[in-house]
Design a protein around this ligand. Structure first.
Ligand code: IMO
Ligand code: MG
Length: 422
């Protein structure tokens, strides 16, 4: 069985926890896009792990974790993650597989990401990890792939070509001194050597696994509204975070996908710039941010918070073919007198019941809310759906009906056991 896990909002839905839990039931866990802009937090006992590149399934001993061709890899950060996990006793050599076709993030990508942000009039609020510039080079056909780092001649030719053009741009446009060939070449050949044991033909590996009846989980980073095609462009990331990206980003054929599970927060958050119709305002926003510990796992930036937006989740359900939803962080809504869900937008007197494609409409949209009552006490103690307060069950029914897919998992706390399966 091949399952895709996808975020239905602007990332940070809690994919890390769901992937960690479901990893126990599968054989292979594969990241298909994004890079170290992602930050997946997993709590096991009293230990917290944050992953940027390696699938969080690595915490389950014996599982094979893959990084697909659709991912952009910062080899320095990947080595740090590998070293950190190895120091904690995880044996990675036989369990971590990296696609030779994944593109590498080079120092000039990281610097350009920041310089472009500074120059922009309308900032995106990127994570500054070099993601956009690396994907641009890939599409521009001048990218350097992880496999290239294992071949001195290929790497040298590509790096020289790149620096020739880029250094001119850095100097003339950005007044930056540019980059030295030797130091990047030596540093990255080193990464190539260290990553050699992990390099693999992921598409072939997964095809063979599938033939043997193995179960595969394809994990997306970011979320549907950060997707380069369907997100709130241009305030998006540079990759295909939606379900289609799982096929192009791993080499698993679309006809071999059995199920798409959408992960959604019981409310909404967003990091960085861009429209957010159901965003909270004022003190309530700060209150909910503290309550939900809504600070970016990658950059530490405060996340913007808002009510559950049914237009977004419904659109995500459609675009990804989601048949089941995992609702995360329900416990964060504990103790609220009333809870709202956004059921439509209003713009210039017009009512929108589906997510609009006009950037101006999304940016100026006023939310139309349905208000329901909150619940007393906490949901965290519940062991099953029927133990949840009636109001919490009503709220979940409303999310299910307005989102358009069955809720199969509800998360009521950060640890693995705070999870209800329906
Ligand atoms: P996970 O996987 C939330 C946002 C950035 C910025 C935009 C573009 O943890 O859900 P980029 O550096 O990708 O060019 O930035 O995308 N962003 C995320 N927001 N969670 C993420 O990942 C994100 N990855 C990128 O804040 O608005
Ligand atoms: Mg995150």
């Amino acid at each position: 069985m091949n399952t895709i896990i996808v975020g239905t909002q602007w990332g940070d839905e809690g994919k890390g926890k769901i992937i960690d839990i479901l990893s126990g039931r599968v054989d292979y866990i594969v990241r298909y896009q994004g890079g170290s802009n992602a930050g997946h937090t997993v709590v096991v006992g009293d230990k917290q792990y944050i992953f940027h590149l390696i699938p969080s399934g690595i915490l389950h001993r014996g599982k094979i974790c893959c990084i697909g061709n659709g991912v952009v890899i910062d080899p320095k950060l990947l080595m740090e993650e590998i070293d950190g996990l190895s120091a904690s006793g995880f044996k990675l050599k036989s369990r971590l597989k990296i696609s030779a076709l994944a593109h590498a993030i080079l120092p000039y990508h990281r610097v350009l990401d920041k310089l472009r942000e500074i120059k922009r009039l309308h900032k995106i609020g990127t994570t500054g990890r070099g993601i956009g510039p690396c994907y641009s080079d890939k599409i521009n056909r001048c990218g350097i792939r992880i496999g290239d780092l294992l071949n001195r001649r290929v790497f040298e030719a590509k790096l020289r070509d790149n620096l020739k053009e880029k250094n001119e741009i850095f100097k003339k446009v950005y007044k930056h001194s540019g980059f030295n060939f030797e130091s990047i070449f030596i540093e990255y050949l080193g990464y190539g050597r260290r990553l050699t044991p992990y390099i693999s033909n992921i598409a072939l590996l997964l095809e063979k696994a599938h033939d043997k009846g193995k179960d595969i989980l394809l994990e997306g980073a970011q979320g549907t509204f950060l997707d380069i095609e369907f997100g709130t462009y241009p305030f998006v990331t540079s990759s295909s975070a939606t379900a289609g990206g799982a096929c192009t980003g791993t080499g698993v054929s679309p006809v071999k996908i059995d199920k798409v599970l959408g992960v959604t927060k019981a409310y909404t958050t967003r990091v960085g710039e861009g429209p957010f119709p159901a965003e909270f305002s004022g003190k309530f926003s700060d209150f909910m941010r503290q309550k939900g510990k809504e600070f970016g796992a990658t950059t530490g930036r405060p996340r913007r918070c808002g009510w559950f937006d049914a237009l977004m989740v419904r659109e995500a359900v459609r675009l990804n073919g989601i048949s089941e939803l995992a609702v995360m962080k329900l416990d964060v809504l504990d103790g609220l007198k009333t809870i709202k869900i956004c059921t439509a937008y209003k713009y210039k007197g017009k009512l929108f019941k589906e997510f609009p494609q006009d950037q101006e409409v999304v940016s100026g949209a006023k939310p139309v809310y349905k208000q329901v009552s909150g619940w007393p006490g906490t949901v965290t103690l519940a062991k099953a759906l029927k133990e949840l307060p009636q109001q919490a069950r009503d709220y979940l029914s409303l999310l299910q009906d307005s989102g358009g897919a069955r809720i199969s998992i509800v998360s009521i706390g950060s640890s693995r056991r705070d999870t209800i399966f329906i």
